[in-house]
Design a protein around this ligand. Structure first.
Ligand code: C2E
Ligand code: MG
Ligand code: MG
Length: 389
């Protein structure tokens, strides 16, 4: 990992293969470029800077010779460590880095002549273009009203009755058709468009709650997915309170679904909002519970009303003793915290009965209902009422 060099030692030569970069911990490294027989010092890298990173990112041989100018200590960073992280970068950011490095290399190159820059890695460039296109379409789609909410009923296992629903966002892209939230929520968060989506979810869910009360006399609860960025807004609680007021709904019929990571935010506005939500009587539902790293002490301080056990434990629970053990533990935790448990993503009758036996109060999953349009939700409620009567 650690290398020491004496003044004049060569770290690598121009044209060498690249398998690592180096972090200079002490001393100074000179970068020399030889073109048509002439060698020039083109840069000096001191403590805290990197050497050899550009050839790794660009996937080319060393463009310069690196030589210790003084006694140096360096740490070796393997190429795969850099590239592994690089793969998960926002493609626009990685295109920026590639282009900047190519530009700097062109400046270093004394023989450089004007060439038209072209993206070399076509699949990377294609990813960037696609991403920018989706960002554009999403912004335009919000203006054009291409987003709508579907409702997945949440069923009380003991009675089999629909007790509430989760509001799930859908985007009908004019050319590509229906888009899954997994393909647009994270992008909407990145480009600060998520609040527009959350506003649609809140207003539509409240409208549906009011409609089921007015037309069927049914008081349901609505679970609404909220992103960490929404919870950090200064106007978040006021907006919610206004919509509840507008539809004359009690705060306890709304559960805000937040993931564990969104809840552990250190943001001061988030903390203030959570306290205001508690005072208002609005509940938090912890989404995908069990998949994050909750600080249970912290959870205890929040206005949590529900834990949603993630599909990865709940669906198929009958066939796994480990999953059964985890669900049993989560139900016990729910009882201890005095909160409801919803098991998510349940697809089979056998899992429903195992979950009921384990003490799980609510189930949401394709076994009972898939996400559906508002009309279909009202029909399902009407049908249940007829069966009970
Ligand atoms: P989630 O909140 O955990 O929602 C549950 C997801 O599981 C939904 O996928 C639902 O359709 C799916 N699901 C429910 N039951 C089953 C089942 O039995 N089998 C299978 N295979 N899947 C089932 P969907 O609608 O694609 O949403 C995916 C994620 O997108 C949601 O996960 C949520 O994190 C996010 N999301 C959806 N709508 C919104 C929104 O309005 N705002 C925000 N911030 N996120 C949203
Ligand atoms: Mg959810
Ligand atoms: Mg979930």
């Amino acid at each position: 990992m650690q290398h020491t060099l004496n003044p004049g030692d060569i770290l690598y030569q121009q044209g060498d293969r690249n398998d690592c970069a180096f972090l200079v911990a002490e001393g100074e490294v000179g970068l020399y470029r030889t073109d048509t027989g002439t060698t020039k010092l083109i840069d000096r890298r001191g403590a805290g800077s990197l050497v050899g990173e550009s050839s790794i990112i660009l996937g080319k041989e060393r463009a310069v010779t690196a030589k210790a100018e003084t006694a140096c200590t360096l740490f070796r960073i393997p190429a795969d460590r850099i590239l592994r992280q690089f793969d998960s970068l926002d493609p626009v950011l990685s295109a920026c880095i590639n282009t900047t490095i190519s530009f700097v290399e062109a400046l270093y190159n004394s023989e450089s002549h004007l060439v038209i820059q072209q993206g070399e890695n076509h699949s990377e460039i294609h990813k960037v273009i696609q991403r920018l296109q989706t960002e554009h379409d999403l912004t335009v789609g919000l203006e054009r009203g291409e987003f709508h909410v579907v409702y997945q009923p949440i069923v009380e296992v003991s009675s089999g009755q629909i007790a509430g629903f989760e509001a799930l966002m859908r985007w009908t892209h004019p050319e590509n058709g229906p888009m899954r939230p997994d393909h647009f929520i994270a992008i909407a968060e990145d480009i600060s468009a998520i609040w527009n989506i959350t506003v649609i979810a809140i207003v539509e869910a409240c409208r549906t709650l009011r409609l089921s009360r007015d037309t069927l006399g049914r008081d349901l609860f609505a679970s609404i997915n909220i992103s960490a960025r929404d919870l950090a807004r200064h106007d978040f609680v006021d907006f919610l309170a206004n919509v509840l007021d507008q539809y004359d709904l009690a705060p306890d019929c709304i559960k805000l679904e937040l993931t564990e990571s969104a809840l552990v935010s250190k943001n001061a506005m988030t903390e203030t909002n959570l306290e205001r939500l508690r005072q208002l009587g609005l509940g938090i539902s912890v989404d995908d519970f069990g998949t994050g790293y909750s600080n249970l002490g912290h959870l205890q301080l929040l206005p949590i009303k529900t834990l949603k056990i993630d599909k990865s434990f709940a669906d198929g629970v009958h066939a796994s003793n480990t999953a059964k053990g985890i669900v049993r533990m989560l139900v016990a935790l729910g009882n201890e915290l005095n909160v409801d448990i919803v098991a998510e993503g349940i697809e089979s009758a056998i899992d429903v009965s195992v979950l009921e036996a384990l003490g799980c109060r609510y189930v949401q999953g394709f076994f009972f209902f898939k996400p559906m349009a508002q009309d279909d939700l009202l029909k399902a409620l009407t049908q249940q009422a007829a069966e009970v009567a």
